[in-house]
Design a protein around this ligand. Structure first.
Ligand code: C5P
Length: 227
Protein backbone atom coordinates (compact mmCIF):
# COMPACT_ATOMS: atom_id res chain seq x y z
CA UNK A 1 0.00 0.00 0.00
CA UNK A 2 1.36 3.44 -0.91
CA UNK A 3 1.75 5.39 2.34
CA UNK A 4 0.74 8.63 0.66
CA UNK A 5 -2.48 7.49 -0.98
CA UNK A 6 -5.85 7.61 0.68
CA UNK A 7 -7.94 4.54 -0.09
CA UNK A 8 -11.71 4.38 -0.46
CA UNK A 9 -13.37 0.97 -0.14
CA UNK A 10 -17.04 0.65 -1.11
CA UNK A 11 -19.03 -2.30 0.23
CA UNK A 12 -22.55 -2.82 -1.06
CA UNK A 13 -25.10 -5.60 -0.83
CA UNK A 14 -28.68 -6.47 0.11
CA UNK A 15 -30.10 -6.76 3.62
CA UNK A 16 -28.34 -9.19 5.97
CA UNK A 17 -25.57 -10.04 3.50
CA UNK A 18 -22.93 -9.38 6.17
CA UNK A 19 -21.98 -5.83 5.13
CA UNK A 20 -21.73 -4.37 8.62
CA UNK A 21 -19.67 -7.20 10.14
CA UNK A 22 -17.40 -7.17 7.11
CA UNK A 23 -16.99 -3.39 6.92
CA UNK A 24 -16.34 -3.11 10.68
CA UNK A 25 -13.78 -5.93 10.74
CA UNK A 26 -12.08 -4.61 7.60
CA UNK A 27 -11.77 -1.10 9.01
CA UNK A 28 -10.27 -2.55 12.20
CA UNK A 29 -7.78 -4.66 10.26
CA UNK A 30 -6.68 -1.71 8.09
CA UNK A 31 -7.16 1.14 10.58
CA UNK A 32 -9.58 2.85 8.15
CA UNK A 33 -12.53 5.01 9.16
CA UNK A 34 -15.84 3.12 8.93
CA UNK A 35 -19.14 4.58 7.77
CA UNK A 36 -22.38 2.59 7.80
CA UNK A 37 -24.77 4.46 5.53
CA UNK A 38 -27.63 2.08 6.40
CA UNK A 39 -27.44 3.66 9.86
CA UNK A 40 -27.86 7.10 8.22
CA UNK A 41 -31.15 6.07 6.60
CA UNK A 42 -32.26 4.34 9.79
CA UNK A 43 -31.49 7.43 11.88
CA UNK A 44 -33.42 9.71 9.52
CA UNK A 45 -36.31 7.21 9.46
CA UNK A 46 -36.44 7.16 13.26
CA UNK A 47 -36.37 10.97 13.43
CA UNK A 48 -39.09 11.32 10.77
CA UNK A 49 -41.36 8.70 12.37
CA UNK A 50 -40.86 10.26 15.79
CA UNK A 51 -42.01 13.58 14.38
CA UNK A 52 -45.17 11.89 13.09
CA UNK A 53 -44.18 12.07 9.40
CA UNK A 54 -46.03 9.78 6.98
CA UNK A 55 -43.27 7.75 5.17
CA UNK A 56 -45.27 7.85 1.94
CA UNK A 57 -45.70 11.67 1.90
CA UNK A 58 -42.76 13.45 0.16
CA UNK A 59 -44.19 16.87 1.14
CA UNK A 60 -44.17 15.99 4.86
CA UNK A 61 -40.71 14.40 4.59
CA UNK A 62 -39.31 17.43 2.82
CA UNK A 63 -40.68 19.82 5.46
CA UNK A 64 -39.40 17.71 8.33
CA UNK A 65 -35.92 17.30 6.80
CA UNK A 66 -35.49 21.07 7.03
CA UNK A 67 -35.66 20.81 10.81
CA UNK A 68 -32.79 18.28 10.98
CA UNK A 69 -29.16 19.35 11.49
CA UNK A 70 -26.62 16.64 10.73
CA UNK A 71 -23.06 16.28 11.94
CA UNK A 72 -20.58 13.45 12.50
CA UNK A 73 -19.59 11.96 15.79
CA UNK A 74 -16.40 9.89 15.56
CA UNK A 75 -16.40 6.96 17.98
CA UNK A 76 -13.06 5.12 17.60
CA UNK A 77 -13.01 4.10 13.92
CA UNK A 78 -16.70 4.56 13.42
CA UNK A 79 -18.06 7.86 12.04
CA UNK A 80 -21.68 8.10 13.14
CA UNK A 81 -24.43 10.43 12.05
CA UNK A 82 -25.77 12.73 14.75
CA UNK A 83 -29.14 14.36 14.10
CA UNK A 84 -29.86 17.53 16.04
CA UNK A 85 -26.87 16.76 18.23
CA UNK A 86 -27.83 13.17 19.03
CA UNK A 87 -26.46 9.78 17.91
CA UNK A 88 -29.22 7.20 18.26
CA UNK A 89 -28.53 3.78 19.74
CA UNK A 90 -29.17 0.54 17.85
CA UNK A 91 -32.31 -0.26 19.86
CA UNK A 92 -33.88 2.75 18.23
CA UNK A 93 -32.45 2.44 14.71
CA UNK A 94 -32.94 -1.33 14.38
CA UNK A 95 -36.48 -1.49 15.79
CA UNK A 96 -39.26 -3.29 13.91
CA UNK A 97 -40.93 0.06 13.14
CA UNK A 98 -37.75 1.40 11.52
CA UNK A 99 -37.19 -1.88 9.62
CA UNK A 100 -40.69 -1.60 8.19
CA UNK A 101 -40.39 2.04 7.05
CA UNK A 102 -36.72 2.58 6.20
CA UNK A 103 -36.79 1.39 2.56
CA UNK A 104 -39.90 3.45 1.80
CA UNK A 105 -38.22 6.55 3.19
CA UNK A 106 -34.84 5.77 1.58
CA UNK A 107 -36.55 5.57 -1.83
CA UNK A 108 -37.49 9.27 -1.62
CA UNK A 109 -35.13 11.38 -3.80
CA UNK A 110 -35.33 14.22 -1.24
CA UNK A 111 -33.98 11.94 1.46
CA UNK A 112 -31.14 10.70 -0.76
CA UNK A 113 -30.23 14.26 -1.80
CA UNK A 114 -30.22 15.27 1.84
CA UNK A 115 -27.51 12.66 2.55
CA UNK A 116 -25.51 12.73 -0.71
CA UNK A 117 -23.05 15.54 0.12
CA UNK A 118 -22.82 14.52 3.76
CA UNK A 119 -21.78 10.99 2.71
CA UNK A 120 -19.28 12.17 0.07
CA UNK A 121 -17.76 14.56 2.62
CA UNK A 122 -16.91 11.62 4.88
CA UNK A 123 -13.80 11.00 2.75
CA UNK A 124 -12.53 14.52 3.51
CA UNK A 125 -13.27 14.03 7.20
CA UNK A 126 -11.32 10.75 7.24
CA UNK A 127 -8.37 12.43 5.48
CA UNK A 128 -8.42 15.34 7.92
CA UNK A 129 -8.43 12.91 10.83
CA UNK A 130 -5.38 11.21 9.31
CA UNK A 131 -7.00 7.88 8.57
CA UNK A 132 -5.22 6.05 5.72
CA UNK A 133 -8.58 5.21 4.18
CA UNK A 134 -12.33 4.89 4.41
CA UNK A 135 -14.61 1.86 4.35
CA UNK A 136 -18.17 2.85 3.47
CA UNK A 137 -21.00 0.33 3.33
CA UNK A 138 -24.50 0.62 1.89
CA UNK A 139 -26.52 0.04 -1.26
CA UNK A 140 -25.26 2.73 -3.64
CA UNK A 141 -21.70 3.40 -2.50
CA UNK A 142 -19.90 1.85 -5.48
CA UNK A 143 -22.57 3.05 -7.92
CA UNK A 144 -23.47 6.60 -6.80
CA UNK A 145 -21.59 7.92 -3.75
CA UNK A 146 -18.09 6.78 -4.73
CA UNK A 147 -18.25 5.34 -8.27
CA UNK A 148 -14.53 6.17 -8.36
CA UNK A 149 -13.74 4.19 -5.17
CA UNK A 150 -10.37 2.44 -5.23
CA UNK A 151 -12.09 -0.87 -4.44
CA UNK A 152 -15.71 -1.83 -4.78
CA UNK A 153 -17.14 -5.05 -3.32
CA UNK A 154 -20.63 -6.47 -3.60
CA UNK A 155 -21.67 -8.99 -0.94
CA UNK A 156 -24.39 -11.56 -1.38
CA UNK A 157 -25.62 -14.69 0.41
CA UNK A 158 -28.43 -17.20 0.03
CA UNK A 159 -31.84 -16.40 1.52
CA UNK A 160 -31.59 -19.06 4.27
CA UNK A 161 -28.27 -17.72 5.59
CA UNK A 162 -29.60 -14.18 5.61
CA UNK A 163 -32.80 -15.10 7.45
CA UNK A 164 -30.75 -17.07 10.01
CA UNK A 165 -28.51 -14.04 10.66
CA UNK A 166 -31.49 -11.86 11.58
CA UNK A 167 -33.12 -14.62 13.65
CA UNK A 168 -29.89 -14.97 15.64
CA UNK A 169 -30.00 -11.24 16.37
CA UNK A 170 -33.59 -11.72 17.57
CA UNK A 171 -34.85 -9.20 15.02
CA UNK A 172 -37.91 -9.17 12.81
CA UNK A 173 -36.87 -7.96 9.38
CA UNK A 174 -38.53 -8.10 5.99
CA UNK A 175 -35.31 -8.86 4.11
CA UNK A 176 -36.87 -9.80 0.76
CA UNK A 177 -39.33 -6.92 0.87
CA UNK A 178 -36.61 -4.36 1.64
CA UNK A 179 -34.40 -5.75 -1.15
CA UNK A 180 -37.31 -5.54 -3.56
CA UNK A 181 -38.02 -1.88 -2.72
CA UNK A 182 -34.30 -1.01 -2.63
CA UNK A 183 -33.50 -2.59 -5.99
CA UNK A 184 -36.52 -1.28 -7.89
CA UNK A 185 -36.56 2.35 -6.73
CA UNK A 186 -35.75 4.99 -9.34
CA UNK A 187 -33.07 6.89 -7.46
CA UNK A 188 -29.83 5.08 -6.62
CA UNK A 189 -31.23 1.53 -6.60
CA UNK A 190 -29.41 -1.37 -4.99
CA UNK A 191 -27.29 -2.79 -7.80
CA UNK A 192 -24.00 -4.57 -8.28
CA UNK A 193 -21.75 -2.11 -10.18
CA UNK A 194 -20.02 -3.68 -13.19
CA UNK A 195 -16.60 -3.02 -11.69
CA UNK A 196 -17.44 -4.50 -8.25
CA UNK A 197 -15.90 -7.72 -6.96
CA UNK A 198 -18.66 -10.11 -5.87
CA UNK A 199 -18.26 -12.11 -2.67
CA UNK A 200 -20.57 -14.84 -1.35
CA UNK A 201 -20.62 -14.38 2.44
CA UNK A 202 -22.87 -17.42 2.89
CA UNK A 203 -20.09 -19.90 2.13
CA UNK A 204 -17.06 -18.26 3.80
CA UNK A 205 -16.29 -17.30 7.38
CA UNK A 206 -15.94 -13.62 8.21
CA UNK A 207 -12.14 -13.99 8.58
CA UNK A 208 -11.89 -15.58 5.15
CA UNK A 209 -13.98 -12.82 3.58
CA UNK A 210 -11.74 -10.17 5.20
CA UNK A 211 -8.59 -11.99 4.05
CA UNK A 212 -9.98 -12.17 0.55
CA UNK A 213 -10.78 -8.44 0.48
CA UNK A 214 -7.37 -7.58 1.93
CA UNK A 215 -5.67 -9.53 -0.85
CA UNK A 216 -7.08 -6.98 -3.29
CA UNK A 217 -6.35 -3.93 -1.16
CA UNK A 218 -2.91 -4.90 0.06
CA UNK A 219 -1.67 -7.79 -2.08
CA UNK A 220 1.79 -7.66 -0.50
CA UNK A 221 0.50 -8.81 2.85
CA UNK A 222 0.22 -12.55 3.61
CA UNK A 223 -3.26 -13.88 4.45
CA UNK A 224 -4.04 -14.29 8.15
CA UNK A 225 -6.30 -17.32 7.70
CA UNK A 226 -6.50 -20.04 5.09
CA UNK A 227 -9.69 -20.25 2.99
O1 C5P B 1 -27.82 -1.57 5.64
P1 C5P B 1 -29.15 -1.56 6.33
O2 C5P B 1 -29.92 -2.82 6.12
O3 C5P B 1 -29.07 -1.17 7.76
O4 C5P B 1 -29.93 -0.40 5.59
C1 C5P B 1 -31.26 -0.06 5.92
C2 C5P B 1 -31.97 0.50 4.72
O5 C5P B 1 -31.41 1.77 4.38
C3 C5P B 1 -31.88 -0.32 3.44
O6 C5P B 1 -32.87 -1.35 3.36
C4 C5P B 1 -32.12 0.74 2.37
O7 C5P B 1 -33.48 1.01 2.20
C5 C5P B 1 -31.48 1.98 2.98
N1 C5P B 1 -30.14 2.23 2.45
C6 C5P B 1 -30.06 2.84 1.22
N2 C5P B 1 -28.84 3.21 0.73
C7 C5P B 1 -27.72 2.96 1.41
C8 C5P B 1 -27.78 2.29 2.66
C9 C5P B 1 -29.02 1.92 3.13
O8 C5P B 1 -31.06 3.08 0.56
N3 C5P B 1 -26.55 3.35 0.92
Amino acid sequence: MDDHSFIIVAIDGGAATGKSSTARALSERLGFMHVNTGAHYRTLTYALLEAGTDPTRPDQISKQLQTLEVETCLIDLSAQLAVNGKVLNENATRSNEVNAAVSIIAAQPKVRNFLFKYQRDQAELARNKNFPGLVMEGRDIGSVIFPDADFSFFLHADAKTRAMRRAKEGLKDSIAERDQIDSTRETAPLTCPDHAIKIDTGIYSLDTVIDHICQYIDPGKPEQTTP
